[in-house]
Design a protein around this ligand. Structure first.
Ligand code: MG
Length: 206
């Protein structure tokens, strides 16, 4: 099995009079993000991280802003293309981690919803999606939203490996069959990592 990592970054300026879309969610706010598409800064960073992980270029390679077809496009379309590139390269997502940087709106109250929306769009579990938020303190960028994303991919079993495992299972005992199944799908359930409480006691950090 081989693994790959990817990293993506994106930024968009806030603009009055347009809806705010983050992670495929319509978020209640007085302004939205300006962009050729729907301006979904989080999905753009995730899309670039996925494409980067399989050395497939970036979002602009596939969807140039000069192409009027993508004007106002839902960014889930871009994400879907990146997922197809990942699958074509023979990989699947292990987990992703993200950081949103914006002064407003507050992300913490919607972080759970964001995680579920992103997980649904990626076809992974919410426990495999990290959503973290920062304010752009000291940067003078309160009119901008930024997003960073890292992804980890692992290779899918090759057709030859699958055949080999199937042959082993046919010849083997139930115990061996279970080992094969574990080898195919066996990943630790990371849902427990999606905890909503602080992992340490902040009172200790005064
Ligand atoms: Mg963008």
């Amino acid at each position: 099995m081989s693994m790959r990592i990817g990293y993506g970054f994106d930024s968009h300026a806030f603009k009055p009079g347009v809806p705010l879309i983050i992670g495929g969610l319509a978020v209640e706010h007085s302004e939205g993000l300006e962009g050729h598409s729907d301006g979904d800064v989080l999905l753009h960073a995730i899309t670039d991280a996925l494409l980067g992980a399989v050395s497939a270029g970036d979002i602009g390679t596939f969807f140039p802003p000069s192409d009027s077809r993508w004007k106002g496009a839902a960014s889930s379309v871009f994400l879907q293309t990146a997922l197809e590139e990942v699958a074509t390269a023979g990989y699947k997502i292990v987990n992703i981690d993200t950081v949103l940087v914006m002064a407003r709106p507050k992300i913490v109250p919607i972080a759970g919803e964001l995680r579920e929306s992103v997980a649904r769009l990626l076809g992974i579990k919410p426990g495999e999606v990290g959503i973290k938020a920062k304010t752009p303190e000291g940067l003078g960028l309160d009119h901008v939203a930024m997003a960073h994303c890292t992804v980890l991919l692992e290779s899918l079993p090759s057709p030859e490996a699958l055949e080999h495992m199937a042959a082993q299972a046919e010849a083997g005992s139930e115990e061996e069959l279970n080992a094969v199944v574990e080898g195919l799908v066996g990943r630790h359930d990371l849902t427990a990592l999606g905890r909503k409480v602080n992992p340490f006691d902040t009172d200790d950090l005064t």
